[in-house]
Write a protein that binds this ligand. Sequence first.
Ligand code: AMP
Length: 281
Amino acid sequence: MKVVKTISEVRAQVKDWKKAGLSVGLVPTMGYLHEGHKSLIERACQENDKVVVSIFVNPTQFGPNEDFAAYPRDLERDAALCESVGAALVFHPEPEEMYGEGFHTYVNMEVLSETLCGKTRPIHFRGVCTVVSKLFHIVTPDRAYFGQKDAQQLAIIKRMVRDLNFDIEIVGCPIVREPDGLAKSSRNTYLSPEERKAALILSQAIHLGQELTQNGETDAEKIVQEMKNLIETEPLAKIDYVQAVDAVSMQPVSKMEGAVLVAMAVYIGKTRLIDNFIYES
Ligand code: AMP
């Protein structure tokens, strides 16, 4: 497995693979890899001849008061994980390689990026769409893999691929959790032992929401309210949002009909965590 830092090295490698008729999968990440990322890379390795993992903490998707500088980084450990799972190439560019001087072109999605996380993080999805578009142009994969953990991101990338005619199959992969239910996240490393315990309230609320729907509750607002009530019992938790939206358009719904995404962002201390489930009637 190779680790490269430049766009030209990625292009040269992919060109050789394509000449040999090999299929290419891409797994975009911000690094500090865990079992969630691993499941995406494994799936990509099963479905493609060659797999590229990008590891790039993308500055344009962080707001000015967010954790860009503090975001955990460990390239050596990440590269070892990628190699052990069977990736062929790690692309680890510096910000200057991706955003040269005078960079002024962004991919901005309307509507889908204006709800949920997009409300609290107004430039986040512009940064995500821009960097993912760039990675798609650089790697030209046949398939790209994203986690359901970031459900709004997955919906937005699917829409972007459709709207901008990328010839790439987007594969969504299930949420990987810790044994006690907490969704795996690089940001879990920010949690103190006390906060780590408190963070369980997110997956407990997800579980409650799922249970309510399984018991036949169809009133989305009632489900959301019960989930909020549960989260509010945890003193260290502060709700950013809990909301039910159409799983494709990301617009609020009041009834559990069709495919509904029930998503949340909750601060545990200073750490903002997300979780979600999809209900399909
Ligand atoms: P990140 O490094 O946080 O940008 O995540 C890179 C990719 O891994 C995204 O597509 C995420 O949705 C996915 N991912 C992160 N955490 C998980 C998880 N716990 N389960 C499944 N996929 C995940």
